[in-house]
Design a protein around this ligand. Structure first.
Ligand code: GDP
Length: 595
């Protein structure tokens, strides 16, 4: 190949085989073949470094040069996330802000060692180090490393993490993702990555159980790279620390890395103001009454302060730290357990200190009004149908999706096609992708990230179905890839329209009619199925359809009822239709969405 024919391509320090193929505008197979010619076996999603990419690219007739990109300011980037995470800091004058300890959550697959790691950290470096303190579970605890503190939320697992996020609470500054070296990245590891990403929280990986003879740290790193968490030592940005939580190996290193990462983030708060923060958990103690475990996020909480949580308030009569010791004040990032609230608060609720009881009552009134308001315009979850109008006013309209498919072979083409949809202003963002049934945690993640769940050839777990119904999360299942892509494409263009079908839910016979005021009511007998108050109804006479409309009233004796089952008699009124006659057949039906 002559020099003039070389086309110059800019590439980043690291990219996957697929990305390189896209850059070169050749098929990924061609790249894989060229890699093989150079003695490198690589899969399509495997990351390769610049030098390797350059060799392959040049052999394929391109000139490869490093991308000339402005280095993003890591601090600025993190600061953006931090300011996002701290709703309390919005009105703070930066001059009043002082550094605060990071708040860390440990996530990972079951049995990979979350609880053991939390215990080991707690027992080796619990704050204040006072001997004899019996550790109390108050939802979080603080450790002290040469005067520098870290707060750990000690309810491991992403249920707690997501439950808080679903309530809008932003507590965690950093996620420690724990991966067992004898097991590698597992389904809940991937979920955890999805949760952390959805929350915009940086991840540090603890590769655990390195004491085991079958530990394979390199395989874990490969697994992580496949999930887009490329280890630092491979040229990526993910800090991976090998540890043994059980044998206390590498824990100091892990803590040091947490401190380093958070120094860059410059976490701050204003300690000199009344406290604000989040409820980590609440419970009723037989002897002590209501116990509220709080995390102070801004300001300082003092014993005797009047604390408002949602629509309740109380005085912080007594305060304890996670060693069960009485304390008189707690500053930013400090976990504290307080007595004195009148009602058990829920995890994720915001607390706020006010001047006195009068101010508390006023704030409670305000919260009551807000609650009423938000009930009347209840947060409508994201849906394909009104995706565009839901995000009105936002310059980039991003459709968050959680995609589950039966096998990798179908997941990959689906994700690839979804990524090509939309334009600069209308985009798909894959919050989580994976194989297997739609699980409850998929749905909670959808709540937390305002996403739609899409399943391809998979079923929905019972818990997932219940949660989706309760939280009104849209869960869509497909058997044809083309249809799935088409629906999302239409949604991005604002053209998606759901299709409804009638489903008959009950039959009734009119046995008599009578008048109530001007309305004619059919005294009916339910012969099959049921009638419900909000169903639609058809009136059939001599096999002919006479009228279709809404049920105007449904009564048993004189009482309005929601539902009447087979074998019962009831009074049925049809909205706007008074020509009901004895012998008519009534058919109750509902409109059901079929796509
Ligand atoms: P969790 O489900 O993630 O909270 O995991 P656990 O902390 O309960 O740990 C699961 C099992 O792995 C327990 O039997 C632990 O003793 C064991 N384990 C945890 N960390 C280590 C480790 O570093 N080395 C070894 N050999 N076992 C560990």
């Amino acid at each position: 190949m002559t020099a003039e024919a070389l086309k110059t391509i800019e590439i980043p320090p690291q990219l996957t085989v697929r990305e390189l193929a896209t850059e070169l505008d050749v098929s990924p197979i061609a790249v894989i073949k060229e890699l093989m010619n150079n003695g490198i076996m690589a899969s399509i999603n495997q990351p390769i470094d610049f030098d390797t990419a350059a060799i392959v690219g040049e052999e394929m007739g391109f000139e490869i040069v490093p991308i000339q990109e402005e280095e993003p300011e890591p601090a600025a980037e993190l600061e953006k996330q931090v300011s996002l995470r701290h709703q309390f800091l919005e009105h703070e004058d930066p001059a009043n802000l002082e550094p605060r300890p990071p708040v860390v959550t440990i996530l990972g697959h079951v049995d990979h060692g979350k609880t053991t790691l939390l215990d080991t950290i707690r027992h080796t470096s619990v704050v204040s180090g006072e001997a004899g303190g019996i550790t109390q579970h108050i939802g979080s605890y603080q450790v002290d490393i040469d005067g520098r503190k870290i707060t750990f939320l000690d309810t491991p697992g992403h249920e707690a993490f997501t439950a808080m996020r679903a309530r809008g609470a932003m507590v965690t500054d950093l996620v420690i993702l724990i991966v067992a070296a004898d097991d590698g990245v597992m389904p809940q590891t991937k979920e955890a990555i999805g949760h952390a990403r959805a929350a915009g929280v940086p991840i540090i990986v603890a590769i655990n159980k390195i004491d085991k003879s079958n530990a394979n740290v390199e395989k874990v790193k490969q697994d992580l790279a496949n999930e887009g968490l490329v280890p630092e030592e491979w040229g990526g940005e993910t800090i991976c620390v090998p540890v043994s939580a059980l044998n206390n190996i590498g824990i100091d290193d892990l803590l040091e890395n947490i401190l380093l990462a958070t120094e860059v983030a410059e976490l701050k708060a204003n300690p000199n103001r009344p406290a604000q923060g989040t409820v980590i958990e609440g419970k009723l103690d037989e002897k002590r009454g209501v116990v509220a475990n709080l995390l102070v996020q801004n300001g300082t909480l003092n014993q005797g302060d009047v604390v408002v949580i949602g629509t309740h308030y109380g005085r912080a009569r007594a305060m304890f730290n996670s060693l069960g010791q009485k304390i008189k004040k707690a500053g930013p990032s400090e976990p504290v357990s307080i007595l004195g609230m009148s009602t058990v608060p829920e995890a994720g609720e915001i607390f706020e200190v006010v001047k006195n009881r009068k101010a508390a009552e006023a704030l409670v009134q305000e919260h009551l009004q807000q609650a009423e308001q938000s009930q009347s315009n209840a947060r409508a979850p994201m849906s394909l149908e009104d995706f565009l109008s839901r995000l009105e006013g936002e310059s980039v309209k991003q459709l968050n999706l959680i995609v589950k498919a039966d096998v990798h072979g179908s997941l990959e083409p689906i994700i690839n096609s979804l990524k090509t949809l939309g334009d600069d202003q209308h985009k798909v963002r894959i919050v989580l992708q994976g194989t297997g049934n739609i699980s409850e945690s998929d749905v909670t993640l959808a709540v937390a990230s305002n996403a739609i769940v899409i399943g391809f050839n998979v079923s929905v777990d019972e818990g997932a179905r219940r949660t989706a119904e309760l939280e009104k999360v849209e869960v869509r299942r497909y058997r044809v890839i083309y249809k799935l892509i088409e629906d999302v494409d239409l949604a991005l263009k604002g053209l998606y329209e759901p299709v409804y079908e009638d489903r008959i839910i009950g039959h009734a016979e009119v046995r008599a009619t009578f008048k109530v005021g001007k309305r004619v009511i059919a005294g009916s007998y339910i012969t099959a199925g049921k009638f419900t108050r909000h169903a639609l109804v058809r009136v059939v006479r001599n096999r002919e359809l006479i009228h279709t409309g809404e049920i105007g009233s449904l009564k048993r004796f004189t009482e309005d009822v929601e539902e009447v089952a087979t074998g019962y008699e009831c009074g049925i009124g049809v909205e706007g239709f008074n020509d009901l006659r004895e012998g008519d057949i009534l058919e109750a039906f509902i409109k059901e969405r079929v796509n």
